[in-house]
Ligand binder design. Structure first.
Ligand SMILES: [Zn+2]
Length: 103
């Protein structure tokens, strides 16, 4: 197992996780539940995207790196009208307040 990416933004980690899963790279998010339950981020409990296989690390980081550089932020996120949080375009409801995605 190897940590790939740590971020306070668990929504973004989930977004990257879905990219890795599409590429059939086994991965999971550690501490995701803790962060969602408490909404307080303490260093050891930061959500972390982890790879099951160390050997996937180079491929995974290259995949996310190319994805991030090829996609402008504006096209991969939408802004919640209720709470002003940004959401990945694949989300139909706001991760923070469950408001519906604006048309
Ligand atoms: Zn919201």
């Amino acid at each position: 197992m190897r940590d790939l990416l740590t971020s306070l933004d668990s929504t973004r980690l989930g977004f990257y996780k879905s990219i890795l899963e599409e590429a059939e790279i086994p991965c999971f998010i550690r501490n995701e539940t803790t962060a969602q339950l408490t909404n307080i981020f303490i260093m050891p409990l930061q959500p972390t995207l982890c790879l099951l296989n160390d050997t996937d690390y180079d491929q995974a980081s290259a995949l996310l790196g190319s994805y991030r550089s090829s996609q402008p932020a504006s096209s991969e996120e939408w802004l919640c009208l209720s709470c002003k949080e940004s959401n990945p375009v694949s989300f139909e409801l706001c991760w923070n307040c469950q408001a519906a995605k604006p048309e």
